[in-house]
Design a protein around this ligand. Structure first.
Ligand SMILES: Nc1ncnc2c1ncn2[C@@H]1O[C@H](COP(=O)(O)OP(=O)(O)OP(=O)(O)O)[C@@H](O)[C@H]1O
Ligand SMILES: [Mg+2]
Length: 256
């Protein structure tokens, strides 16, 4: 099966005043195309850092990362990606509709396609009624929704969502689940991080749990958790004492 994402022995070390912080520590994983892949891990585990590598925002200290077979250091690898950041924000002086239209133009989409996709996405993310209001007047959850629509405007093959349901009401979470499932039905790959374990169980085909910068458990969503155990309990067990925020253990931050 084609890989949408493949990383091999990725390491990332950030330098800070108090010494280097090893955010990724030999991360190797493979995300098959067409999957909904849930990416779990405690605060500071390295989920956002992994996404930033895939998007070319930061460079790995060592190791490789590929998107649909192309090294992420080549800008062409990013053309197929749609991305919703952890704390989405955008041009607040535009209306929701204008934002989607502008983004469509940046991708050199034709006028009709922009109009059609804008209409569909505004509906899908539940912002149709507020589409002609300035984004500056949107609530946090509405900002999240319009930024998700923006991430999808160019019909990306790989959708990377960093905690897409954080800050959303129950209806919003349901909407996101529906959008994610629809994307998979269209053959897209969805790679998303979340702390909402029940949600991940509901929607994912494959789950990976990371701690201290590497994968500590992964597998088919239906088979990963031993029978009779909840995902929450399994998560606590595999994450162990790296469950507290901070990611890398003190010993692992030194001597890089
Ligand atoms: N720019 C940076 N400079 C220094 N350290 C950083 C930087 N970005 C991330 N880190 C560190 O890298 C580690 C991984 O952070 P990352 O944001 O990837 O975690 P995460 O899994 O996304 O956590 P969360 O669930 O809280 O979003 C943490 O120890 C964090 O402090
Ligand atoms: Mg994060």
């Amino acid at each position: 099966m084609e890989s949408a994402i493949e990383t091999c022995d990725l390491t990332v070390a950030f330098s800070t005043k108090s010494g280097p912080v090893k955010a990724l520590n030999g991360l190797s994983m493979k995300v098959d195309a067409g999957q909904i892949f849930g990416f779990l891990g405690p605060n500071g585990a390295g989920k956002t850092t992994t996404m930033h590598i895939l998007l070319g925002f930061i460079e790995a200290s060592s190791g490789t990362a590929k998107v649909f077979g192309t090294d992420v250091r080549q800008s062409i690898a990013r053309r197929k990606i749609g991305y919703l950041p952890e704390q989405p924000d955008t041009y607040r002086f535009l209306t929701g509709r204008e934002l989607l239209s502008l983004t469509g133009r940046l991708f050199k989409m034709d006028k009709k396609t922009i109009r059609d996709r804008t209409g569909k996405l505004l509906n899908d993310v539940g912002i149709a009624e507020a589409a002609d209001r300035r984004i500056g007047t949107y609530s946090r959850g509405m900002m999240q929704r319009i930024c998700l629509a923006q991430a999808l405007i160019n019909d990306p093959d790989l959708v990377i969502l960093d905690e897409p349901t954080g800050g959303l009401d129950p209806i919003g979470r349901m909407d996101i689940r529906k959008i994610i499932t629809e994307l998979r039905d269209q053959g897209k790959t969805v790679f998303f991080s979340s702390h909402e374990l029940s949600e991940v169980e509901l929607v994912c085909d494959h789950i990976a749990i990371m701690a201290r910068g590497k994968i500590v458990a992964e597998g088919n969503a239906a088979e990963l958790v031993p029978e009779g155990k909840s995902l929450e309990k399994f998560f606590m067990e595999v994450v162990g004492d790296s469950g507290s925020a901070g990611g890398a253990a003190p010993g692992e931050t030194q001597g890089l």
